[in-house]
Design a protein around this ligand. Structure first.
Ligand SMILES: Cc1ncc(COP(=O)(O)O)c(C=O)c1O
Length: 347
């Protein structure tokens, strides 16, 4: 690996960036003495208190190491083996978790095609069938990603409509919030407004994509709180004994709203990427750019040479559509270098 490759910043994913220095500092600061293991330490307790201040006292908090683990814990805690989860076809739980929710949480996923990665009541309603029919999996949860895998964001009203639909059917609403910070930064409203207060029952609150070394939190709100979560978390191997290092990062991330600052920056970088692309002849941004992801069709023949210099993923080979993800550490220089080369290649 060359020095350039070691220090370069591409647009592959927000989990390709390193950890924010304050996360490493928080870990170093927590690296003192002995403390109770498995999350019963002062750092986790402080971070839990901060999360309850944000989401309300009726919030249960369970730290985890990975986002897949958080989703599996959330779904596995609220669904039984004969129950199903309606989600977008593009949902991480459906497309990118190697079947973990099916295998580990033991739930059936019911994927729904969407134009923009977002479910609506109209898209979900036809899937809510077979209640009480023993030959069908029983619909138990609706799962949405905020921001979605297309970088689109649900408003509080859109979340509320899905929560109402779920609750009318005795179901729960799960939110995969691996990028919930980016959604909050885009919406500019308190995160509670489009989660706990909008009827979300369980939220996987992401940390890793937003600058943590690793760490996520499963939050359960109000009546969805259940005492089975600790057992599920342990069984699915997400109960780290030295959880204090996750707690310390969340504590530092939530202090002074660093999480929102980092996400706002990533979102702004994505907005600039999209704006630049929209001026390139033959290029077209294909999804609303609301969080930190840009989807765009680029002129044929430009993708391969561009990819030689900047890391990103081709989303749809046939359509020539690429996905560009910005991160907390994306710099204006990175954006300008990328756009400059794109313009040069476009002639
Ligand atoms: C929307 C979403 N949810 C969950 C995850 C899972 O995170 P992890 O890779 O930590 O399991 C990702 C990671 O890419 C994601 O994009």
């Amino acid at each position: 690996m060359t020095d350039d490759a070691r220090t370069s910043r591409g647009f592959g994913s927000d989990n390709q960036s390193g950890a924010h220095p304050r996360m490493l500092q928080a870990i170093a600061d927590a690296n003192v003495g002995h403390a109770p293991a498995y999350g019963a330490d002062p750092w986790c307790e402080r971070a839990e208190r901060r999360l309850r201040e944000i989401f309300g006292e009726a919030t249960d908090v369970y730290f985890t190491l990975t986002g897949t683990g958080a989703n599996v814990i959330a779904l596995g805690s609220l669904c039984s083996a004969w129950e199903s989860v309606v989600c977008p076809e593009t949902a991480h739980i459906n497309a990118d978790e190697c079947g973990a929710p099916e295998r580990v949480a033991g739930v059936k996923l019911v994927p729904v095609a969407t134009p923009d990665g977002k479910l609506t009541p109209d898209l979900v309603r036809p899937r809510l069938t077979g209640f009480g029919f023993e030959h069908h999996s029983q619909p138990r949860a609706i799962s949405i990603s905020q921001a979605s895998e297309y970088g689109t964001v649900y408003t509080a009203e859109e979340v509320r409509a899905l929560a109402d639909l779920a609750h009318e059917h005795g179901m729960v609403l799960h939110m995969d919030g691996a990028r919930v910070a980016n959604a909050a930064a885009f919406l500019g409203v308190p995160v509670r407004e489009f989660t706990a207060d909008a009827g979300v029952d369980m939220l996987c609150f992401g940390g890793t994509k937003n600058g943590m070394l690793t760490g996520e939190a499963v939050l359960l709100f109000g009546e969805a709180r259940t005492d089975v979560v600790p057992y599920v978390r342990k069984q699915v191997t997400q109960l780290a004994s030295k959880m204090r290092y996750v707690g310390a990062q969340f504590d530092a991330m939530l202090e002074g709203d660093l999480w929102l600052e980092l996400a706002s920056h990533a979102n702004e970088m994505a907005r600039l990427v999209a704006e630049g692309i929209s001026h390139v002849p033959g290029a077209r941004v294909t999804q609303p750019v609301q969080a930190n992801e840009v989807f765009a069709v680029l002129p044929r023949g430009l993708i391969a040479p561009l990819a030689e210099e900047f890391h990103f993923y081709t989303w749809d080979e046939a359509a020539g559509e690429v996905r560009l993800v910005t991160s907390w550490d994306t710099q204006l220089d990175d954006v300008q270098a990328f756009l400059g080369r794109l313009v040069q290649l476009a002639g």
